[in-house]
Ligand binder design. Structure first.
Ligand code: AMP
Ligand code: ZN
Length: 107
């Protein structure tokens, strides 16, 4: 839990979010400003500020995140979709707690 991190606060249930999946390692919730019909954020509970800070120790966590993302996409009946990670301020990252965007393809 990192002070002033909005995603840590969602993980700690200090601020609300529409949670669609949660286990001991990750949480997934609806993006508050959706850019697609389905726009979910897949977030590790461990505070990793940005993709640039991942290490070999995070391999199991990141693998778990990807497998669960695939399952969450299936549960939302998404066939084609986009996965993205914004890395750093100039990469469009606004929230500095690692997250994967899962967005449905336009239909
Ligand atoms: P990024 O630009 O990759 O850091 O993406 C941050 C995303 O978090 C944006 O798409 C925001 O709409 C979303 N976001 C910010 N605050 C919240 C919140 N309280 N609940 C859900 N999504 C949020
Ligand atoms: Zn955090």
């Amino acid at each position: 839990m990192v002070d002033n991190c909005i995603f840590c606060k969602i993980i700690a249930k200090q601020i609300p979010a529409t949670i669609v999946f949660e286990d001991e390692q990750i949480i997934a919730f609806k993006d508050i400003h959706p850019k697609a019909k389905v726009h979910l954020l897949i977030v590790p509970k461990k505070h990793i500020a940005t993709f640039k800070e991942i290490s070999a120790n995070d391999g199991d966590l990141l693998g778990h995140m990807l497998i669960k993302t695939k399952e969450i996409a299936e549960e939302h009946h998404l066939n084609d979709y986009k996965l993205s990670v914004n890395v750093g301020q100039h990469g469009g990252q606004e929230v500095f707690h690692l997250h994967l965007h899962l967005m449905s393809a336009p239909n």
